[in-house]
Design a protein around this ligand. Structure first.
Ligand code: CO
Ligand code: ZN
Length: 334
């Protein structure tokens, strides 16, 4: 499964540019689902029939955070803006990728004082992108205004721990792919929604469930870790302690029936789990709650260190247990 995670996190598909990752997912699941379709805004929806007459939707978002070019200078440098939650701090010293070309970011400053202040208060106002061009014509020809980029991929295998860009949320896409491939037979009908544009406001998920009669929706996504030196004391999520059953985050409170069913499924199948209360953030569960006349919704989270950086770290143990929890809920009476 590491190979799958490596491959899927190395794809460059920021929000609104999900074609490549969607094609990859289709190639992985098409022989294992009863049917699949792509809706009008690009969500990939796959189906597996069950016996209970009840339907669970599992969601994983396909997009990743990125950058977009907003302006080109005479000397062939670019100004950029974030696509989703990119912290300018993460951009200094790392590489970015625009199409097949590597780029780096620099800090502006015409005096030593300016440079010092700008470096302390990094923002998209004082950063510039350098893709190695020396004039506007070259730069414009390669990447006109509106071109999207992402962090450069560099997967690392540290044993149980693995590091890559876009674990958010490709690791969950890999979890759903793996559970689709493993699932011989399911009690409930399952809809797998691989959604677009989560990072810019839960866009894909706000329509993905609209055409279906869904009894329960579960987003699978990453969450923050509280287990590094002097990490936030008020959160408890740790790597290696099992998938998190989300109680709440800043965008929604998980439906208590979903929390209870996940807990029951985990306990009945001896899957370790942790409860999660996140002080910020949100997942696609928030939009399924508000779809149609309301769908009971919750989230399974994979604890992730350094979220929204080029080096997001997860535990393979947690990932494998998340696959098990998805399978367990699929076979639980809801
Ligand atoms: Co995210
Ligand atoms: Zn996410």
């Amino acid at each position: 499964m590491k190979e799958l995670i490596k491959n899927i996190t190395e794809i460059y598909s920021p929000s609104g540019r999900e074609d490549e990752v969607r094609n990859f997912i289709i190639s992985q699941i098409k022989d294992y689902v009863d049917d699949y379709k792509i809706d009008k805004i690009g969500n990939l929806i796959a189906f597996k029939k069950g016996r209970s007459g009840k339907t669970i939707l599992f969601d994983a978002h396909m997009d990743e955070i990125g950058l977009v070019i907003t302006h080109i200078t005479d000397k062939g440098f670019y100004k950029v803006e974030a696509v989703g939650g990119v912290d300018p701090q993460t951009l200094i010293g790392c590489r970015v990728q625009f199409k097949n070309r590597t780029g780096v970011l620099g800090v502006e400053g015409e005096t030593m004082e300016d440079l010092k202040n700008n470096s302390k208060n990094l923002s998209f106002e004082n950063l510039f992108l350098d893709l190695g061009f020396s004039c506007r014509t070259q730069a414009e020809e390669f990447a006109p205004i509106g071109t999207f980029g992402t962090y450069t991929a560099c997967f690392a295998d540290l044993g149980d721990r693995i590091v890559s860009k876009a674990m958010d949320d490709r690791v969950a896409c890999a979890v759903l792919i793996e559970s689709i491939r493993n699932m011989k037979d399911s009690l409930n009908n399952i809809i797998y929604a691989f959604t677009v544009q989560e990072e810019v406001g839960l866009v894909g998920s706000s329509v993905a469930g609209f055409n279906y009669d869904i009894d329960m929706a579960v987003a699978v996504d990453v969450t923050a870790a509280g287990d590094t030196p002097k990490a936030l004391k008020r959160i408890s999520m740790e790597l290696g302690k099992g998938p998190c059953i989300k109680i709440k985050d800043a965008a929604s409170v998980s439906d208590i029936s979903v929390v209870n069913k996940l807990k029951q499924a985990a306990q009945a199948n001896m899957i370790p789990f942790q409860f999660e209360v996140l002080l910020f953030g949100g997942t696609n569960a928030a939009s399924y709650q508000r779809t149609k006349s309301g769908i009971p919704s919750g989230t399974i989270s994979i604890t992730t260190r350094y979220v929204h950086s080029p080096n997001e770290m997860v535990s393979m143990d947690d990932v494998k247990n998340t696959v098990k929890l998805v399978a367990a809920l699929s076979n639980t009476e809801i």
